[in-house]
Design a protein around this ligand. Sequence first.
Ligand code: GN1
Ligand code: MG
Length: 372
Amino acid sequence: MSAPLKLFEACQLFTFEGIVRKIQPFGNGHINDTYRVDTITPADGHTYVVQRINQHVFTKPWQVMENMAAVTAHIAGKVKEAGGDVSREVLTIVPTKDGAHFVIDEDGNYWRACRLISGTVTYETGEHPQVMYEAGWAFGRFLAQLDDFPVSQLHETIPDFHNTPRRLMQFEQVVSTDPVQRAGAVQAEIQFMLARANDCGGAVDGLASGKLPLRVTHNDTKINNVLLDERSGKSLCVIDLDTVMPGCVLYDFGDLIRSAASLTEEDEPEAEQAGISVAGFEHLARGYLAAANDILTDDEVNQLVYGAWLITYEQALRFLADYLNGDCYYKIQHSHHNLDRARVQIGLVRSIENHWDELQKIIHKYGPGDKE
Ligand code: GN1
Ligand code: MG
């Protein structure tokens, strides 16, 4: 049965209001398959976002949904406490008629549904200062809202997801086996990565020694995962909660910078244009710290610039490893898509290194107290 037909059948099992009128692909995710589903009742219409969870990536999809249900319930409580709008400031999972959080189709695919929050916009890269401030604020607030959530209750939906030394080992492995014989032509990129190998353990070591706290983190803090209100331009909530799990804040702050303070799209083919926007960094950091200053430790604040470097380095490892591996993980549109993506990350890593002191000063300007 084709995916749309399976999806249509799955839709019948959710507690949607009305009957399904239209199904269309939605969003730009690299991992899950996402659809917008419109329904109609005699009086009005409703819109849902339905996703098929990629089971190669999330091998225990029920754990993804347990995490998502727990985290959204916690945030909903915080929004209510603050007198906010629960229908717009947190995702609402739509249960099935049996009260479950997902449908399993006859092929074993997992489908889940949320209400679409209408009247919102998303951005692929940082554009206006206000958008960047709002995106920073949204992820900072997310961290703060979950500060009192018991970390140990969350499943690790992808083990070692942000374990950069582990990602490096996997990269070295694929470089040495070179399964599709692509390594010869990308030696410069490979050497760039290997030359920085000694610097990639900061977050994992910090967590292991207790210098950095283990927190509930989002782990995929790209700017396109922030919904902004179309009219006011204010951030409403963060989406894509699949990788919410115990983690390190350096990766969350860093991935926001990587995605939103980039001078180019993530897959810009002219990699020489890649680099960091220092102004963009400032808007994002200002927003993030405005919302999260109270809960971040001095050690965390002092390492936020390193976090931006680290996740960008990690993302370069991941894209280049996938290229060398024959493109098994990320969805691609052409044969050198992952290489283009890796080259942009490499350009960003270099640019962060070149602007390090400036970026560090910005953090100290907005971070709490006197930082060394
Ligand atoms: C993937 O599918 P998407 O865009 O939400 C990936 C992230 C990467 C990102 C790179 C589960 O996220 O880790 O940073 O692509 N998600 C997973 O754009 O691997
Ligand atoms: Mg994601």
